[in-house]
Ligand binder design. Structure first.
Ligand SMILES: C[S@@+](CC[C@H](N)C(=O)[O-])C[C@H]1O[C@@H](n2cnc3c(N)ncnc32)[C@H](O)[C@@H]1O
Length: 208
């Protein structure tokens, strides 16, 4: 099964699944890192059912949500139907459906470990940013829990922070930092034999 098919299948259960993996602290840290301002425009890439978007709209930030999965975006639309400040677009990591220099912030939570080429995904998140815009990516540190490839279609078993920092710099970002979220991502194998506790990082950079 492809990652796209996997997320189409779990879309209506994702919020419940996610609550078992990580808490609201992740989005609070991510959104605080960018120091968002009301009225600005953010892209939530790999938005899923809108975990990051929920924190953004609380801060009166407008959002364009992008995901490969229509089912995830449909679920998100249902949840946020009272908001007219959110747009929904289907698209892939290597060709985001956004114009160059069109948004103030690019967020991606638990998205990077699903894409084929992380550097290309980061370059796309930078391409769509206005000068002075900010990228914030929250994801897992490198780990050895192979079952996540099979059961959750993870493409990468997390990342080394030094690789993420290098990719941010190669993508042209300045004031780059990669820090601890102070939270672990937890998961249990369906076969019941393994439990994963994986620390999370928050990576930040600014477009010159
Ligand atoms: C683990 S979920 C995280 C969803 C959401 N950001 C959250 O924190 O709950 C990963 C999301 O990234 C999307 N995704 C995976 N690969 C993608 C790709 N190549 N292009 C666009 N979206 C992708 C999936 O469809 C899924 O909704």
């Amino acid at each position: 099964m492809s990652s796209k098919k996997y997320f189409e299948k779990v879309a209506d259960q994702w919020d419940q699944m996610r609550e078992g993996f990580f808490t609201d602290k992740v989005r609070e840290v991510a959104v605080a890192k960018a120091g968002v301002e009301a009225g600005k425009l953010a892209a939530d890439i790999g938005a899923g059912t809108g975990f990051i978007t929920e924190e953004l709209v609380k801060n009166e930030v407008k959002v364009i949500a992008v995901d490969q999965s229509e089912a995830m975006l449909e679920e998100m639309k249902r949840k946020f139907d009272r908001f007219d400040t959110i747009e929904y677009r289907t698209g892939n990591f290597n060709h985001l459906p956004l114009q160059d220099e069109s948004v103030d912030y690019s967020f991606g939570n638990m998205y990077l470990h699903h894409v084929d080429v992380p550097l290309v995904a980061i370059e796309e998140m930078v391409r769509v940013l206005k000068p002075g815009g900010k990228v914030v990516i929250t994801d897992m540190d490198e780990h050895e829990f192979e079952f996540l490839r099979k059961e959750q279609h993870d493409r990468w078993l997390g990342f080394k922070r030094e690789d993420v920092e290098r990719w941010f710099k190669e993508a042209g970002l300045k004031n780059v930092s990669v820090d601890c979220v102070g939270e672990e991502c937890c998961g249990e194998s369906e076969e019941g034999s393994e439990k994963a506790n994986i620390s999370l990082f928050v990576a930040y950079g600014e477009k010159p």
